[in-house]
Design a protein around this ligand. Structure first.
Ligand SMILES: Cc1ncc(COP(=O)(O)O)c(C=O)c1O
Length: 409
């Protein structure tokens, strides 16, 4: 008996992928040349599976700030935010985030994952209730497991189901905390946030919105879905990440609720880990500045998103319910997703394979994400490769099967 016997069936599937030399979970790029181009060996690869929505990873000002801060303050803080790991830069970034969102308080975490885990586990205490959208990201589920609160799932993007569940809990003591996302990372769909806000008001619940994929993407100034739907006043906590539109790493939470700062000495994923290195903090601060001052990036991103989403739909692929920088083609099964992914990579296009349990409804997805840095020609080239591989694999569907797959979404 081995300690790892419990993973036996997974091991078989994984070694099958390894031997087929098409393991989407083990790709290493030899060079990254720009936000949209890389090399594997000598082969040029067009990147269409990153979360680099604004293409800021190679922005000269962002890089210069990271270098300057690293030279000045060193490569790491070697300590927790509540010990030796808070520098002036961490504080300034928190002020910049609070200012951007027009909120009183902001806390920076070492990743977006830790921001969700740290906020949810601390907010929802014994006797409280967390109500999670069924399609929530793993970090939201993990955060709900770390704390003592009772967890209830409601149907994805279904405010009526949420209202029913809150009604059933109305005689139960304890705070009710509802968690939804701005853009969902698997199919690129958005939450019906106005309806959720109305439900939360009616039942006196708190609302947390994870804007990981919508920061810098939605809203007149890029604050996310709550801004786009004009319900920011109803959102009690916004969680986000620096690892997508800001092109770095790190996470945050902002709020107006008095007493928020107590979380700094309560939230274990904030306290018991090293703080972000000064260079990473400086890069995120500059990237946020770029996001605020260059709305053109958001416009380009959304143009590219529409071009790719409608392009794939027109080709006859079953895609998610609305245009978004995350565009997933629904595959009939995981094996087809692997084969499609592998042929695209051979042709020089990098995308993602997403499978259950990360995907909703057990779907196998070939997930792409576009960037403001893509040119319309690159998007066209990617569409051409999807068409070529789709035809070769008989996956460009007749209209009736397409309708069936779309209805399943
Ligand atoms: C909705 C959502 N929340 C949080 C995270 C975690 O972000 P990070 O990569 O900064 O840990 C992700 C990452 O994919 C995400 O999709």
């Amino acid at each position: 008996m081995s300690l790892f016997d419990k993973f036996a069936s997974l091991r078989v599937a994984y070694s099958g992928l390894e031997s087929a030399k098409s393991n989407p979970f083990n790709v290493a790029f030899d060079r990254i040349l720009s936000p949209t181009e890389a090399r594997i060996g000598n082969r040029p690869i067009l990147l269409l599976g990153t979360n680099n929505y604004l293409g800021l990873t190679y922005n000269p000002a962002v890089i210069a700030k990271a270098v300057e801060a690293t030279e000045k303050f060193g490569t790491g803080t070697t300590g927790s935010r509540i010990a030796n790991g808070s520098y002036d830069g961490h504080k300034r970034l928190e002020h910049a985030l609070a200012d951007f969102y027009g909120r009183k308080h902001a806390m920076v975490f070492s990743t977006g994952y830790q921001a969700n885990v740290g906020i949810l586990s601390a907010l929802a205490g014994k006797g409280d209730h967390l109500l999670l959208d069924a399609d929530s990201h793993a970090s939201i589920y993990d955060g709900s497991r770390l704390g003592p609160a009772q967890v209830t799932r409601f149907r994805h993007n279904d405010p009526d189901d949420l209202a029913n569940r809150l009604r059933r809990l109305s005689d139960t003591p304890g705070d009710k905390i509802v968690v939804v996302e701005g853009i969902y990372s698997m199919l690129g769909d958005t939450a019906p946030l106005r309806e959720f806000a109305a439900v939360k008001r009616e039942w006196g619940a708190y609302l947390v919105v994870d804007e990981a994929h919508s920061l810098g993407v939605l809203g007149a100034t890029g604050r996310g879905l709550a801004e786009a739907h004009d319900v920011e006043a109803d959102v009690d906590f916004v969680v986000g990440t620096f690892s997508k539109s800001l092109g770095g790493v790190g996470g945050f939470c902002v709020s107006d609720i008095e007493g928020f700062d107590i979380l700094r000495v309560v939230s274990r994923p904030y306290m018991f880990t090293a703080s972000l290195p000064p260079g990473v903090i400086a890069a995120a601060t500059e990237a946020l500045h770029q996001l605020r001052t260059r709305p053109i990036l958001r416009e380009r991103l959304l143009d590219n998103a529409r071009q790719f989403y409608y392009g794939l739909a027109d080709l006859g692929f079953a895609v998610g319910p609305e245009p978004s920088p995350v565009v997933s083609a629904i595959m009939p099964d995981p094996e087809t997703a692997f084969a499609f992914w592998s042929r695209l990579l051979e042709a020089g296009l990098y995308t993602n394979v997403s499978l259950p349990p990360a995907t909703p409804k057990g779907l196998a997805l070939l997930r792409s994400s576009v960037s403001a840095a893509h040119t319309p020609e690159q998007i066209d080239h990617a569409l051409g490769l999807f068409a070529e591989v789709g035809r070769a694999m008989n996956l460009i569907m007749p209209a009736e099967s397409l309708m069936e797959m779309r209805e399943a979404v």
